[in-house]
Design a protein. Structure first.
Length: 572
């Protein structure tokens, strides 16, 4: 009996010990009930939601998927886009937010952050929730972030499920796609809620610069309405949509922003620089900066300019920079255009002044600001991508010297710092521009063109061109010719800022653009005579593009998990 009693006492003591141990709060994380009672922890949770908006320093996540860049990596997720082989079975290979995936397949991350945003809003709306001075502003920012996440989803997939509740394990839910228009309406509702809680703007020197503002809401709405009016999503050519897009852009035309005087330095200043063009950016510090330049500059700086799936600008992009003196494009295109399923053909423009023996002379200044070409300079260095005519020697920056040099012959210069060290030890703080005034000008120009106001369209195109002293687009360009100049102006001005992949799809010109071969430049130098010849060469002929590719498919495993969520149109 005594033995049994002793055993019972010991067992009871152990149980009590277990209960005491289990009652101790975990030391490696913060208990949830503590988070929502501490304003600093609430703010930290909300700050993390900004990571749900993907920025472009994941090796310019969109550029290597479009005709802006040649991705010379022999592997990685970008291959499925450069070759037009993406489908529901392999699309998740571009799922991660790193230099391989770049968040192109955004479904998983998007809905993870939507749930976190929903959870935050529910906690802030709960009876007895904590009160603190910035609470209203943080709620407004969260509405903006959720709206931006939904835009990132609909530009990829069209209509997607609208989820405004933070479900937990065991909850019953029936998700299905909402229409594109329903998603646009939901985004507008979020932006309207955000604007009432946010300041109009922050100056670049303000510690809050980079947080959501009323003007950021207006800029996002301008982009959303532009997409909603575009042919891919506006299948009935509803003119009222273009009017809405025009009105949305017009709301920012006179809001105190101005084009920064120098296109080159606009993109390589550190965070917090006092420019007046950026409306909403992703800011960085030396503590949370990026190593982005080291993934673009090539072996000259011990970097990975080609092999790491980087962005060697394509000859396709280089060909589209106008001539500085005449303002004319160096080449003309026959065929192609909206709805085309085959590539247009290229021919020289005889009135442009283009010299194929000196292809980089006298080009739009944005070319040299964006692309580092053979014999061009950067950071005090001259680029040498030539190969000797005897084939036995080559320039230091040729792909023959190192597979880390882009094979197409060009290195990305935009966003690359002009000052300071270039090495892996430096964390760079150049901000990523989500929205800037030049885009708003071009949004307005596009809406006005589609409303039949071609003079206004030219006016705003020319405002953008005037910044770099390019000749204006003359009044002789009308109709389809003006539309082509409008599209190209957006291509050049916004190069490598994450627009091209989606622009060519919403305009329904991807059946033309994506069926053109990706090209680079073969540069041969005669070491005896010093004469250099330039020959554009096909680097890759893609698999034929189909209209289904205008939207990204959903991973097949996701469809199997929830059969109520239908596949993107055209995909099986």
């Amino acid at each position: 009996m005594k033995k049994i009693l002793v055993i019972i006492i010991i067992a009871g003591s152990l149980a009590a010990c277990r209960r005491n141990v289990l009652d101790i709060p975990p030391q490696d994380r913060i208990a949830e009930n503590v988070v929502w009672t501490d304003q600093n922890l609430v703010a930290a949770y909300q700050n993390s939601l900004y990571n749900g908006i993907p920025h472009g320093f994941y090796l310019h996540m969109y550029s290597k998927y479009s005709d802006e860049a040649i991705n010379t990596a022999p592997c990685c997720g970008a291959d499925i886009f450069k070759q037009n082989t993406y489908n529901p079975d392999n699309i998740a290979s571009v799922n991660n937010g790193d230099f391989w995936g770049g968040y192109m397949y955004y479904w998983t991350q998007g809905y993870q952050y939507i749930r976190q945003a929903n959870y935050f809003l529910q906690k802030m709306a709960a009876a007895g929730s904590i009160s603190f001075p910035t609470k209203t502003r943080l709620i407004g920012e969260t509405h903006f972030i959720r709206a931006f996440i939904y835009f990132n989803l609909i530009e990829r997939y069209g209509g997607v499920p609208i989820v405004d509740t933070a479900y937990t394990l065991g909850d019953s839910a029936n998700f299905k796609r909402n229409t594109f228009d329903e998603c646009v309406a939901f985004i507008k509702k979020d932006l309207d809620a955000a604007k009432t809680a946010l300041p109009q703007r922050y100056q670049a020197t303000d510690p809050n610069f980079g947080r959501a503002t009323q003007d950021a809401c207006l800029a996002l709405w301008s982009r959303v309405t532009l997409y909603a009016a575009s042919p891919l999503f506006n299948t009935t050519s509803d003119q009222s949509r273009w009017q809405t897009a025009s009105d949305a852009a017009a709301a920012l035309l006179n809001s105190g922003y101005s084009l920064y005087s120098d296109y080159r330095t606009l993109f390589n200043q550190p965070s917090g620089s006092a420019e007046n063009e950026y409306i909403f950016t992703r800011e960085f510090t030396t503590a949370n900066g990026t190593q982005y330049p080291m993934h673009n500059l090539g072996r000259r700086y011990g970097a990975y300019g080609g092999w790491w799936a980087s962005n060697g600008p394509s000859q396709n992009l280089v060909d589209d920079y106008d001539m500085a003196t005449t303002g004319e494009p160096p080449f003309k295109w026959t065929g192609g255009g909206p709805g085309a399923t085959t590539a247009a053909t290229q021919s020289p423009n005889p009135v442009s002044g283009y010299d194929p023996n000196h292809p980089y002379w006298n080009r739009d200044p944005r070319f040299q600001a964006t692309v580092w070409c053979d014999s061009g300079t950067y950071h005090g260095d001259t680029l040498f991508t030539w190969i000797a005519s005897d084939g036995n020697s080559w320039g230091f920056d040729s792909y023959k010297q190192s597979s880390d040099n882009p094979e197409g012959g060009y290195i990305l210069k935009k966003f690359m710092p002009d000052n300071g060290p270039i090495n892996w030890q430096t964390f760079y703080t150049t901000p990523w521009p989500f929205f800037r005034l030049a885009e708003i000008y071009l949004n307005y120009a596009e809406a006005q063109f589609n409303l039949g106001n071609e003079a206004v369209c030219r006016q705003y195109i020319n405002l953008v061109r005037a910044r770099v002293n390019m000749p204006p687009v003359p009044a002789t360009y009308t109709g389809t010719a003006l539309r082509d100049r409008l599209y190209n102006e957006r291509r050049i001005e916004l190069a490598f800022e994450g627009h091209r992949f989606f622009d060519e799809r919403r305009w329904t010109i991807a059946g033309d653009i994506e069926n053109r071969p990706l090209r680079g430049m073969k540069i041969i130098k005669n070491l005896q005579t010093g004469v250099t010849t330039y020959t554009p060469v096909t680097w890759l002929q893609k698999i034929p593009y189909t209209s289904a590719m205008n939207l990204i498919p959903i991973e097949r495993a996701e469809i199997k998990r929830d059969p109520n969520v239908t596949q993107s149109p055209g995909w099986q």
